[in-house]
Design a binder for this molecule. Structure first.
Ligand code: DMJ
Length: 578
């Protein structure tokens, strides 16, 4: 007993600091053991991390090689991964008649980028809205609807990433739940979720996607129940209660209210239920009642009175896609009389756009001003860089002289947008630019969040002019993303395009839009042909379905007859999914 207590007390002395203070050699020994131990642990952790990274790279490589093998087996002479027939993924690939070897190489690189972005999302943020690559976690910036997953579906499909598409499809079928007590943005949910699901349906023919699109659209629909028909911009997905954000002073935002037409018209066409189309077309009819002679609307509209509030006019944030959809609904409607008023409104707005065009000194860069009241601001958002693409796409509907004028304006604006990228040390564009006399372009807000607008325009210009310069510009932008934004665990934006300091967010539109437009920039024009498909503002291709031209023949124009036309067409069975 006495012995054991002595021996235990002698063991305790080893944890008494005084013991070591009297014995410096033992203290030194203890320190060396501690340092050595820490090194061993640290080294093991580094090895594990390196091993994990190596493994993830190997996995990506395996997926890439598997895909290559799949393509090779399917058809040695085809280029596109896309199936535009709406049946199975590997059917109906277009022959590789005029495919350039450099294009093939480049789109493989873009596909590798998609595999890297997607694998990172799968690994660290599966089912969440977006991946934060630096901290390796998911965040639910859109209410937990799997925004990146849904936004990526059609890109995966077009690139022929079949296994990834199937895994994502299973998640949508089994885990996607819209019954969320969450105040969702009607605009963001429509362009990403409704658009992504409809596009997946059009590409794959899988009815499950259509059912899901209908489910979420039904939850959004009460937002249009306002006295003017201009929708509220926020709605709770589980409980309804539509309203506008506090910071707009009760107003609805122009882009948020006029960028649901493509998706909801497509939904009516595919379900045979006119209610979706009716709601969104009424918005345009309401705006058309008092449409100004320059076709430019301020960003705030009162949903009760349908009137415009004193606010900025812009082709950038909060205005942009309203103008885009005027043109695209006309294209979606087969340019028939039933959609003539969309084209007319768009052409009016393009007259307004011309009034905002200015040129810099000394280099003569063309840009679009913003306007409030009668005064112009020499500022342009990168977001407005969708406009060159829109002008190129719309130019084909004009007579020869006007077409030439608008195409040439599109080319000038695209050159400016490309220089938004080229003018910074990282070769990535900032969020907006100012144009001061004798200084050409100066970056304002200097972050870059992986936005797509410039490559989107380069894609349209390449398709419409066939000028390879646009491919070169797109390739340079892609390389700048690879250099500055690619990290081991995905892609991130930059907090500052001057310093290259990175942020911690992989935006879902990087996979939906930026990488898709880049991939298509290096693909033959038969892959998602612009004659058969129209892209929504989140780059989700929607199949163009023939609108009945009976309205055209009777000389009646205007959407007020569309619901009648639609239900007649439904009875005649002309609105099937594909
Ligand atoms: C996307 O969500 C859409 O392109 C939208 O129209 C504008 N903003 C982002 C991309 O920048």
């Amino acid at each position: 007993m006495g012995r054991s207590s002595r021996s235990s007390s002698s063991r305790w002395r080893y944890i008494n600091p005084a013991y070591y203070l009297k014995r410096p050699k033992r203290l030194a020994l203890l320190f060396i053991v501690f340092v050595f131990g820490s090194l061993v642990v640290w080294d093991r952790q580094t090895l594990v991390r390196e091993h994990e990274e190596e493994l993830s790279k190997l996995n990506e490589e395996v997926t890439r090689l598997q895909n290559k093998l799949g393509e090779f087996k399917d058809d040695k002479s085809v280029t596109g991964q896309v199936n535009t027939s709406g049946k199975s993924n590997n059917a109906n690939r277009k022959p590789n008649v005029s495919d350039d070897p450099i294009d093939i190489q480049r789109r493989e690189k873009v596909k590798d980028a998609m595999i890297h972005a997607w694998s990172s999302y799968e690994k660290y943020a599966w089912g969440h809205d977006e991946l934060q690559p630096q901290t390796k976690n998911g965040v639910d910036s859109f209410g937990g609807l799997g925004a990146t997953l849904i936004d990526s579906l059609d890109t995966l499909y077009i690139m022929g990433l079949d296994e990834q598409f199937q895994r994502a499809r299973e998640w949508v079928a089994n885990s996607l739940d819209f019954n969320k007590n969450y105040d969702a943005s009607v605009f963001e949910t429509t362009i990403r979720v409704v658009g992504g699901l409809l596009s997946s349906y059009d590409l794959s023919g899988d009815k499950m996607f259509l059912e899901k699109a209908k489910d979420i659209a039904d939850r959004l629909l009460p937002a249009w129940n306002t006295p003017s028909g201009i929708p509220y911009n926020i709605i709770n997905l589980a409980h309804g209660n539509p309203h506008n954000p506090g910071w707009t002073g009760g107003d609805s935002i122009l882009a948020d209210s006029g960028t649901e037409q493509l998706e909801f018209i497509a939904l009516s066409q595919r379900t045979g239920d006119p209610k979706y189309q009716q709601k969104v077309e009424d918005v345009i009819l309401e705006l058309n009642k008092t449409f100004p002679s320059d076709g430019l609307l301020p960003i705030y509209i009162n949903p009760h009175r349908g009137t415009r509030s004193y606010s900025t006019i812009t082709f950038g944030a909060m205005g942009d896609s309203f103008y885009e959809y005027l043109l695209k609904v006309w294209i979606q409607g087969n340019k028939t009389a039933a959609v003539k008023h969309y084209r007319e409104m768009w052409e009016t707005s393009m007259k307004g756009l011309l009034s905002l065009v200015r040129r810099t000194t000394p280099s003569n860069f063309t840009y679009l001003c913003e306007k409030i009241g009668n005064s112009l601001t020499d500022k342009m958002d990168e977001l407005a860089c969708f406009a060159p693409g829109m002008l190129a796409l719309g130019s084909t509907g004009y007579g020869p002289d006007e077409a030439k004028k608008f195409l040439s304006l599109a080319e000038e604006l695209a050159w400016t947008c490309y220089n938004f990228y080229q003018s910074t040390p990282t070769k990535l564009a900032g969020e907006n630019y100012f144009f001061n006399s004798d200084q050409d372009i100066t970056v304002g807000t200097s972050w870059n969040i992986l936005r797509p607008e410039t490559v989107e325009s380069l894609f349209y210009l390449w398709r419409i002019t066939g000028n390879k310069t646009y491919q070169e510009w797109g390739w340079n932008i892609f390389q700048a993303f690879e250099k500055n934004s690619r990290i081991e665990t995905g892609y991130v934006g930059l907090k500052d395009v001057n310093t290259g300091v990175k942020d911690n967010m992989m935006q879902s539109f990087f996979l939906a839009e930026t990488l898709k437009y880049l991939y298509l920039l290096f693909s033959p024009s038969s892959v998602i042909s612009l004659d058969e498909w129209v892209f929504n503002t989140e780059a989700h291709p929607i199949k163009i379905i023939t609108r009945h031209d009976q309205v055209e023949k009777s000389g009646v124009s205007g959407g007020q007859h569309n619901s009648e036309t639609l239900s007649r067409a439904r009875k005649e069975g002309r609105f099937s999914g594909n």
